[in-house]
Design a binder for this molecule. Structure first.
Ligand code: MN
Length: 260
């Protein structure tokens, strides 16, 4: 028999005091692209009411920009908040912030090469974090950046078996960053995935094609044994396809503006 669990309305957001640190504002184009990234990722089915995308601050490499707690499709430039690597807001001004901001904070801390991060629950990827002994791998040239095996973060290994599966503090964020290692994608068992990139447009591209690769891999598994990309093919395709990121960004941006 099922039992009813009352939702905690504060579970996915919290209000925190600003750190008081001074901050030079990020370039307007960085903020504008982050707004666009939110809208693209919603339109492409990576984010829904949940999930988030961030970019490293262009003037303060030890900070990052992330929307306040809200649905990504509704984000405007006035909703962008600056955070430090301890997950403290500098300019939230009492607005609610994402509980899972520690995903972004700890990855930026651990990976100086990472300039942008997407965390999502995109549905086709989730099964690969659940099914035992089934690695998530690049199956097509557009997914080469995934490589030969994306790691799976198991929260039970660091926090026991009674958590809500959320990355709600720096310790969990650091453990997730450790699972990610030097890769581009980490799956989160029973939860979702996190994708990183060396620029915002690239991470948007990668998040979209992480979902596409998952759909293709699932479909192929139903049909028969899969020939995956080799490590060398994954590296080469990732490098070549990366030169096409702007083409996808330009199209997706126009779609969010209703121009195509
Ligand atoms: Mn989440």
């Amino acid at each position: 028999m099922c039992t009813s669990i009352l939702d905690d309305p504060a579970a996915l957001a919290e209000t925190i005091a600003d750190s008081g640190a001074a901050s030079t504002p990020a370039d307007e184009s960085v903020v504008a692209d982050l707004v666009t990234a939110n809208r693209i990722l919603f339109r492409e089915g990576v984010l829904d009411a949940f999930g988030h995308v961030s970019v490293r601050h262009d003037k303060h490499p030890d900070r990052f920009l992330l929307a306040r707690n809200m649905a990504p499709a509704l984000v405007t430039k006035d909703d962008i908040v600056t955070f430090d690597f301890d997950g403290r807001a500098l300019d939230a001004n009492g607005r609610g912030v994402y509980l899972e901001r520690f995903i972004h904070a700890e990855i930026y801390r651990a990976r100086p090469d990472v300039m942008a991060v997407v965390h999502s629950h995109s549905a086709s990827v989730v099964p690969f974090g659940i099914v035992q002994g089934l690695p998530f791998r690049a199956v097509c040239h557009m997914g080469g950046f995934i490589g030969v095996c994306a790691p799976v973060f198991e929260i039970r290994d660091v926090a026991g078996d009674e958590t809500d599966l959320l990355i709600r503090n720096g310790m969990l964020g650091a453990a997730l960053a450790q699972s990610l290692g030097d890769g581009n994608v980490v799956l989160m068992r029973g939860h979702g995935s996190t994708v990183v990139g060396d620029r915002l447009r690239q991470v948007v591209f990668r998040a979209v094609y992480t979902e596409t690769n998952a759909k293709l891999q699932s479909e192929a598994l139903r049909l028969g044994p899969i020939t995956y990309l080799s490590a060398g093919e994954a590296r080469t395709t990732a490098r070549v396809i990366d030169m096409q990121v702007d083409r996808a960004w330009d199209l997706w941006k126009m779609q969010t503006e209703g121009k195509v």
